[in-house]
Design a protein around this ligand. Sequence first.
Ligand code: F6R
Length: 365
Amino acid sequence: MSTPQTTPDAQATPDAGALSREAIARVDVSGQLEDVLALPEHLRDALWRVESAIIMQGWDTSAGLVVAGMGGSAIGGALARAALGDHASRPIFVTRAYGLPPWTTPDTMVLCASYSGDTEETLACYESAGALGAQRTVVTTGGRLAEMARADGVPVIPLPGGFQPRAAVAYMTVAALEVAALCGAGPRLTSEIDVAASHTEQLVAEWGPDAPEDSLAKTIARGLYGTIPVVAGAGLSTPIAYRWKTQINENSKLPCFTHELPELDHNELVGWEGAREVGRFAAVFLDDSDAHPRVKERMALTERLIAPSAAASFHLETRGETTIERVISLVLLGDLVSIYLAVLRGVDPGPVPAIDELKAALAAS
Ligand code: F6R
């Protein structure tokens, strides 16, 4: 992991000690931190749940896999696709919409992922998949999705209840990886996932609440405090950057934006010129040991070019050997940063009243 670089104009942040376990618990009343720290257990439990839920026969879908979901339930599909990388042998597509891609056929596996089981976009995809005669699998805690799947004889991977949907990221990622393998879209990564769980345990100790105040996750949270974070990924780290954004949105209750290299060097790079006129923007670059060498070079150059315009800048690299270890490493780091940032701001990371309000208004209309 590269040394984080913070430009000297970082705003004063709350006192040292503000991120002790006790201090976090006073703000994080619904215990979001505990769910993040349990990521290694979630990885193992998810494997067990998929294996015990599904008897896979005749599942070979030559047209590939579509993962249909929204928000915290969709990200697992994107992370799984990143972890499979070049080993994906068939198309893997994530849809966050009311419909499926037009090329969906009876030879496509559609994994409908909804933690609550009541998300209307995902329910619409489930029904479209049925109408098209596609193969279906469901991953959920219950709701209408589980009811329909059980009535239709569609396999259901059951998830444990009581989480915020976004806290089930390990479950959703493993479900997508395992279903990808079972339908012939990628290799089976079961043992890699198990090893990644142990690797993640070490990172939990290194970045968790009992680590010193100058540990990496706490340092980043302090550096992002008082800024609008802009997170850049590339290749494998692109969906991780998006995860950082959504976790900072939902846990820290802050605007946060994301982009990917090399594309951002052809547009966003120029926008940084005016950043200081309109606000305090911080840059976070998510690098990977196996990134394309030219992309690595671009990341370093881009960071240097925007430095005068950034209130803070961090260049972070994935940790671990396998792709699944590396993906999970930066997901964990981002999740912790988003919770620490919420605590520094004094906001409870758990509830998302704006999403609840919006869903209630739509349900009533
Ligand atoms: C809430 C969250 C949201 C939900 C999304 C879809 O923690 O992360 O992004 O995931 O509103 O709801 P579910 O996951 O229930 O299908």
